[in-house]
Design a protein around this ligand. Structure first.
Ligand SMILES: [Zn+2]
Ligand SMILES: [Zn+2]
Length: 230
């Protein structure tokens, strides 16, 4: 984004207060002097408050209105080529940042959605009663799965107790090998064959694509490929 402060850093007029409006027509009031009003192509300096207050082209209202814009004032100075280049680049870098932030936000949202999917224990169109009974059943299945598979990640061998001491003891995440939204009421889940234990990192990576979770073997392969390439 172009701001008066950023332009001042480029042009270095040495003013105490600077304001920017792309079209040069309306500004807030300058409060300290010397001051400068910038538009997209140049600027006007006011050495003192008197210069500013007595300029016939400035209409002091709640905001400042400059008749025909600051470029119509006799002491308007155009930016030189080098300054224009730098100001242009302010515009384009700000655009890049906005796009990438938006992209990251979308990624974060989709990552959260995909992990929610498994933790929310809901079935499409399920009744509340059915959801509760599934939730209870699911907790028991999860406990059984941990008893069977242990607390060490099946993908990367991470163990929470080994890394965080007593605080991490017995913590591991349980992953459904069959995507949970494909289960029906009558599907019997076998914790030995249908569930697996993974650390939080690997679990997130499995679900990173909301619409297609990775198979354990696929994630192990991705990891091995990286390890072997280093
Ligand atoms: Zn892991
Ligand atoms: Zn999972």
């Amino acid at each position: 984004m172009i701001t008066a402060n950023k332009i001042e850093k480029i042009v270095k007029t040495g003013v105490l207060h600077a304001l920017y409006r792309e079209d040069g027509g309306w500004y807030h009031h300058l409060k300290r002097f010397p001051g400068a009003l910038f538009d997209y192509h140049g600027y006007v300096l006011f050495e003192t408050k008197e210069d500013y207050d007595n300029n016939p082209s400035l209409i002091h209202r709640q905001d400042l209105n400059v008749k025909n814009g600051i470029s119509s004032l006799p002491n308007y100075r155009k930016f030189v080529t080098e300054e224009i280049k730098q100001i242009e680049s302010l515009k384009s870098t700000s655009k890049k940042i906005i796009i990438s932030e938006r992209k990251i936000l979308n990624i974060i949202k989709s990552d959260l959605d995909s992990i929610e999917e498994e933790n929310s224990n809901h079935f499409e169109g399920g009744t509340k009663k059915r959801m509760i009974s599934y939730y209870e059943r699911n907790q028991k299945l999860r406990a059984k799965a941990i008893k069977i598979h242990g607390t060490t990640c099946k993908v990367c061998q991470f163990n929470f107790k080994d890394n965080y001491g007593v605080h991490g003891e017995d913590y591991i995440e349980v992953h459904h090998l069959v995507p949970i939204h494909t289960l029906t009421k009558s599907t019997k889940v076998n914790p030995e064959t249908d569930m697996i234990v993974v650390c939080s990192n690997c679990h997130r990576m499995i679900h990173r694509n909301k619409y297609q979770q990775l198979a354990i073997e696929e994630l192990i392969k991705l990891r091995n490929d990286v390890i072997n390439s280093v």
